[in-house]
Design a protein around this ligand. Structure first.
Ligand code: NDP
Length: 281
């Protein structure tokens, strides 16, 4: 039976660490770290995510400045606001909640954020720094996965890590982080032929696709470690990309959905904001 890796409990530890750091920062600098969060439009899931981020900020001693903008906000208006936040010395981190309403080009908007305030780590400069092994902001979800692996003492060096999914937000930075820790990394995607054969040889499997139960438990290598990033709303509630019951039988460790990777994503945003404040001064 696989041991569950409790991302919720670990996220609490990260929150507490961040709170201590934020309090020390405030005592020294006379202000709290500040995160600006831009929410454009009325997407219900995005509203919940933004509310959760504001709540996490409060618990971590970080001031959140949530700006709610109408779905009709133009590109120029949004770019103007981001330019203002980039130039504002009182703001440490800037993030734009995705997805943006149709008509706003996400890559253009993300590119307008000052890379040194890009606490989501999605600016191409930060993705480039990650690829080159330089210091920068690392996207929160894969960074949270690395923290989970380290907390549960999962050996990475020399292991075969298979990442299913190649988005800029999860799959690609995930693969780079595992590579940086000396895993042998395979990246699979929708055009991969015979996905099963790769999954079967994975010591560490990271599934980041967005299709409920798409990886059956009987594909897994006995004793492997399964990180399930997928969040899929189904009639039976939230599900991951890996079939949970099957994973319980085959894996040695696995993250549950919900309560695995999800809470760590917000926790790493808090961590990155604290880091931004420290660098920014
Ligand atoms: P994207 O839709 O951007 O990427 C999905 C990836 O899955 C693509 O690379 C795609 O390949 C690949 N894919 C699709 N179908 C298959 C298939 N049949 N076999 C193999 N690969 C396939 O999603 P995200 O990376 O943004 O998110 C992935 C999942 O993680 C979603 O469920 C999302 O909700 C969740 N998520 C969870 C977070 C958390 O905090 N826990 C944070 C972010 C995301 P191709 O490139 O070829 O199209």
């Amino acid at each position: 039976m696989a041991q569950l890796m409790d991302g919720k409990a670990l996220s609490q530890i990260v929150w507490e660490e961040t709170l201590e750091e934020a309090q020390a920062f405030e005592a020294e600098r006379g202000r709290k770290p500040v995160l600006a969060v831009l929410l454009v439009g009325e997407d219900p899931a995005s509203k919940i995510y933004v509310r959760n981020k504001a709540r996490a900020c409060k618990a971590c001693g970080i001031e959140s400045r949530v700006m709610r903008l109408a779905a009709e906000t133009t590109k120029e208006e949004l770019l103007d606001i981001i330019r203002g936040l980039n130039a504002d010395p009182a703001v440490d981190g800037v993030m734009v909640q995705l997805p943006l309403p149709r008509g706003l080009d996400e890559s253009e908007i993300l590119a307008s954020i000052d890379p040194d305030k890009d606490v989501d780590g999605l600016h191409t400069v930060n993705l480039g720094r990650l690829a080159a092994g330089k210091e920068g902001f690392v996207p929160c979800t894969p960074q949270g996965v690395m923290r989970i692996l380290s907390h549960y003492n999962v050996e990475i060096e020399g292991k075969h890590a298979v990442v299913v999914g190649r988005s800029n937000i999860v799959g690609k930075p995930m693969a780079m982080l595992l590579l940086a820790q000396n895993a042998t990394v395979t990246i699979c995607h929708s055009r991969t032929k015979d996905l099963r054969s790769y999954v079967q040889s994975a010591d560490i499997l990271v599934a980041a696709v967005g299709k409920a139960d798409m990886i059956p438990g009987d594909w897994l290598k006995p004793g492997c470690v399964v990180i399930d990033v997928g969040i899929n709303r189904t009639d039976d509630g939230l599900k991951g990309d890996v079939e949970g019951q099957g994973a319980d039988e085959k894996a040695s460790l696995r993250t549950p959905v919900p309560g695995g990777v999800g809470p760590m994503t917000v926790a790493m945003l808090m961590h990155n904001t604290m880091e931004a404040a420290r660098r920014h001064g």
